[in-house]
Design a protein around this ligand. Structure first.
Ligand code: PEP
Ligand code: MG
Length: 908
């Protein structure tokens, strides 16, 4: 046992541990060791291994003391030697921090204890060293408070209890008639130390330990005990972290940036986290503690001279004033700056990623407290990765793995001005249904949007929920806000398709159509007032906020090319118009995976023949109306086929319940009656007949085409004729005709028969032929189960995971918004299954459908066209089950391309 090394020291650019010893030293300990090894000045310290934690749990305290006390004493002496300090000294006291540190980061673990080593002697030493009595007593009282809470168990257990220390502070503040902690004087703080200690005595029955060694051992036991506390056990269970891992203990010398004008503290980035530019940058403050930089009490200064000059220009500060009042670190402490500059370069090269670092200068000596991979914007993410590839710091697969697909979104949509958004007021929060930023005047009725937009005014369409009738208004508005509906609600799906900003399901927004008002956060907003939406976060803001168009840099294009090099899955798009098709092709879509034909029926006057068809009392009446629809559909398809220039296009036959198309308002019913030469009462009656209890499970999908074959006939004719017309112009088209919502093989076969017969007739009429495919959506569980039968005739499958999720879970797509948020909050579900494909359940059906389909037809082309097709984890699943492509809304195409590359790399 004595052979085992249990305590690992680090400091003075030496370390006994290494980065790859995370299992033994924990993440934090390994990283502190590594920084020393590469020559970074880190406050010295030591790590007690995770194995000792296991020994502590097995054999208890006294055995562990026996095992490690010699090593701990030596390690503390090492800290004292490097820092020139002494535990408990009244001249130059050694103060340390004590932290836990497991292999994986565990937020449920012990809080940090700072300033350990403080007692009535060392406080005097600290006063001597800093000349700052207030600071020394404040450090002391914070230590007693932290140690009392964390180590001596004074922290309140229940929500109702108050922290005894906070109570004492409040009493003293009341006595002194001050409001804030920083108004307490040095002698007040000294008084607090006394009061805190007697509170400890009262509650624990023991004196507060004044011996630094006793303090240190107490803190070490507290870290080990925290491994078995309730929070940590819960966290481990949730994240599958084994109990035997244990935690390490990190003890490290404290350094102070507030020891006068030769000290300071700051934060820095090795590259610009906003733009990705390769320039070192950051802020610092002289004579300050870490939190002062972020607290905004004093104006932090720039680290580099170049940054300082740029900053002054923006802040409209003259060069004289800048140089005298706000000089850079580079100017006032050139040696420290040079060391910092070299250190940041070293850290970035070592970790091969942009670093976000914290440093402290104590008496002219630089110390690095932390380094980590820096958070960055989407634009910076792409630029930094591509720059580092060119600089040969990282390879292609690292570039692709490191770029987060969802963050690409920021590059594709307008964004709010970063400064303006900081001042904006949030009114409500809904679902981030479709990304982007939009400001406009509130309008409640879709048909009124045009009145404003035609005058060049910006509008946000605010609805309880949207329906297909609102399509035009949605298209003309800057953004859409709905109070109801989830991520696959009509508003969300349509807005994503349009690339339009949308916040859906903002339940806190109460809309009153009659008064034309919306109430949220206690404020009433009327029609015409400005609001702003952030479709990427779901936030709704009051007033107008400036937006700017993002720049599509060359790096973005290069990243996409790289993604395609590694991806196996193809990426198609869901598009219903030539415009969307062009947008998607520009984003790199390799075909259309879903063209929802019904969306075309709402534009302009088209709805009239559609309504006529639905309201007709017999087949003759329907055929008459369908004749009017045929040229319209044919023209639409020609436009889409042309836009896709020979790439495959999957056209889906009519799918939604018919009642979605019929006129619900009296006025529209009257108009239709005149159009059709029947009575308004007959129209009303027919509309009523179409009402269904469960329309999503009712007369829709292929059930329409099987009951009214003439609809399928017309649509098949429109598709084939459009393709032939283009062929005559020399443009190749590969239509893939898709039957929706089948549950039995027979349902498909009947539709296929109509399609193929119609195609033959059209070929004969025109004297030319084209190739085309007939396939089906798999979106009813039974279809997935019967896939081998269905694949006998279906030439391709496309998984409609919106409906498949709805029917597998039994959650209505339109109503799930009412309970899903609660389910997520209570942990009944990990994710919203309409957003992230449920691999466990729905995924089984997808996997089974794919396998069974291919037992019959080994080369069966398989894709997905539900909303999941653009969501990275779902894309990975599609890769794993062996699909050929995913299809998603145009603005998600780049995201899916990157996710497809990651899936290929991570599952190679
Ligand atoms: C689906 O159900 O996944 C699908 C793509 O079809 P829709 O959303 O139009 O029902
Ligand atoms: Mg569907």
């Amino acid at each position: 046992m004595s052979q085992v090394k249990r305590v690992y020291t680090f400091g003075d650019k030496k370390a006994e541990g290494r980065a790859d010893m995370k299992n033994l030293l924990g993440g934090k300990g390994a990283n502190l060791a590594e920084m020393n090894l590469i020559g970074v000045p880190v406050p010295p310290g030591f790590t007690i291994t995770t194995e000792v934690c296991a020994e502590f749990n097995k054999y208890g305290k006294s055995k562990v003391v026996e095992l490690i006390s010699k090593d701990v004493q030596a390690a503390v002496r090492n800290i004292e030697d490097i820092m020139g300090t002494k535990f408990g000294s009244d001249e130059n006291p050694c103060l340390v921090s004590v932290r836990s540190g497991a292999r994986a980061s565990m937020p449920g673990m012990m809080d940090t204890v700072l300033n350990l080593g403080m007692n009535d002697n060392s406080v005097l030493g600290l006063i001597k060293r800093t000349g700052n009595e207030r600071f020394a007593w404040d450090s002391y009282r914070r230590f007693v408070q932290m140690y009392g809470d964390v180590v001596l168990g004074m922290k309140p257990v229940s929500k109702e209890d108050t922290d005894p220390f906070e109570e004492i502070i409040e009493d003293l503040k009341a006595k002194k008639s001050v409001h804030h902690d920083n108004e307490l004087s040095a002698s007040d703080l000294k008084e607090l130390v006394k009061l805190f200690k007697s509170a400890v005595k009262k509650q624990t029955g023991k004196d507060f330990p004044s011996d630094p060694w006793e303090q240190l051992w107490g803190a070490i036991w507290a870290v080990f005990n925290s491994w078995m506390n309730e929070r940590a056990i819960y966290y481990r269970a949730l994240n599958n972290i084994p109990e035997e891992w244990g935690t390490a203990v990190n003890v490290q010398a404290m350094v102070f940036g507030n020891m006068g004008n030769n000290s300071g503290t700051g934060v820095a980035f090795t590259r610009d986290a906003g733009t990705g530019e390769n320039i070192f940058n950051g802020e610092y403050l002289i004579d300050a503690q870490g939190e002062d930089v972020v607290a905004g009490i004093r104006t932090p200064q720039q680290i580099t001279r170049e940054g300082s000059i740029r900053w002054a220009e923006l802040a409209k500060i003259s060069e004289e004033e800048r140089a005298s009042q706000f000089p850079s670190l580079e100017e006032i402490m050139p040696d420290v700056y040079n060391e910092l500059f070299e250190t940041q370069r070293k850290l970035e090269r070592h970790y091969r990623d942009m670093q976000d670092l914290e440093f402290t200068i104590q008496d002219g000596k630089l110390w690095l407290l932390q380094t980590r991979n820096g958070k960055r914007t989407g634009a910076a993410m792409v630029k930094i990765a591509m720059d580092m590839l060119r600089e040969e710091m990282i390879d292609e697969t690292t570039v692709l793995r490191r770029c987060e697909p969802n963050k690409l979104d920021e590059l594709l949509h307008p964004v709010f001005d970063r400064e303006a958004i900081k001042r904006a007021t949030v009114l409500a929060k809904g679902l981030p249904a479709s990304p982007g930023a939009a400001s406009g005047k509130i309008i409640f009725f879709a048909d009124e949007v045009e009145n404003y937009s035609s005058k060049g005014e910006k509008v946000i369409l605010v609805r309880i929920e949207t329906s297909p009738e609102d399509l035009k208004g949605m298209n003309l508005a800057q953004g859409i806000l709905t109070a109801r509906g989830g991520m696959t609600s009509h508003a969300a799906v349509v807005a994503r398709g349009m690339g339009k900003c949308c916040v859906s399901g903002a339940g806190a927004v109460k809309i009153n159509y009659k008064n034309r008002t919306m109430v949220c956060d206690g404020k009433t907003l009327s029609e015409g007032e400005w609001i702003s939406l952030n479709g990427s976060t779901g936030e709704v803001y009051a007033g107008q906020i400036g937006t700017k168009d993002p720049e599509m840099s060359g790096d973005f294009g290069d990243l996409m090319k790289l993604a395609d090099k590694y991806a196996r899955l193809k990426v198609r798009t869901n598009a219903d118009t030539p415009h969307d098709s062009v947008v998607a092709r520009n984003f790199g879509a390799q075909g259309i995976g879903l063209c929802r034909t019904e969306h075309m029926f709402f534009e302009g006057d088209r709805i009239k023949p559609m309504r006529e068809m639905i309201l007709a009392s017999d087949e003759t009446g329907r055929r008459k109306a369908l004749e009017k629809l045929l040229p319209i559909q044919r023209k639409d398809f020609e436009g889409i086929f042309e836009a896709m220039q020979g790439l495959p296009v999957t056209v889906r036959l009519l799918d939604p319940p018919l009642h979605e198309f019929v006129p619900h308002e009296k006025e529209n019913q009257k108009e239709m009656a005149t159009e059709m030469g029947i009575s308004p009462e007959a129209v009303r009656q027919k509309v009523e007949d179409l009402v269904e209890m469960n329309p999503m499970l009712g007369h829709r999908g292929c059930r329409l085409g099987n009951t009214y074959p003439e609809i399928t006939e017309m649509q098949a004719r429109a598709i084939i004729e459009a393709a032939l017309n283009l062929k005559k112009k020399g443009i190749e088209v590969l239509p893939e005709i898709m039957v929706p919502l089948i549950g039995t093989a027979r349902e498909f076969e009947l539709q296929e028969k109509i399609i193929r017969e119609t195609a033959e007739t059209v070929f004969e009429e025109n004297g030319i032929r084209i190739d085309y495919l007939v396939g089906t959506m798999i979106e009813i569980p039974r279809a997935a189960l019967m896939a081998d039968q269905i694949a006998k005739s279906a030439e391709f499958f496309s998984f409609g995971t919106n409906d498949l999720t709805q029917m597998t879970f039994g959650y209505s797509r339109d109503d799930a918004g009412k309970f899903l948020p609660i389910y997520l909050q209570k942990g009944l579900l990990k994710n919203d299954p309409f957003q992230i494909l449920d691999r466990e359940g729905v995924g089984q059906l997808v996997d089974m459908g794919t396998k069974r389909g291919r037992t019959t037809r080994p080369n069966l082309k398989i894709g997905i066209c539900g909303e999941h097709g653009g969501e990275p984890s779902s894309v990975e699943f599609c890769h794993i089950v062996g699909m050929n492509y995913v299809s998603c809304s145009p603005f998600r195409v780049p995201i899916a391309r990157l996710a497809a590359a990651q899936a290929a790399i991570n599952n190679a």
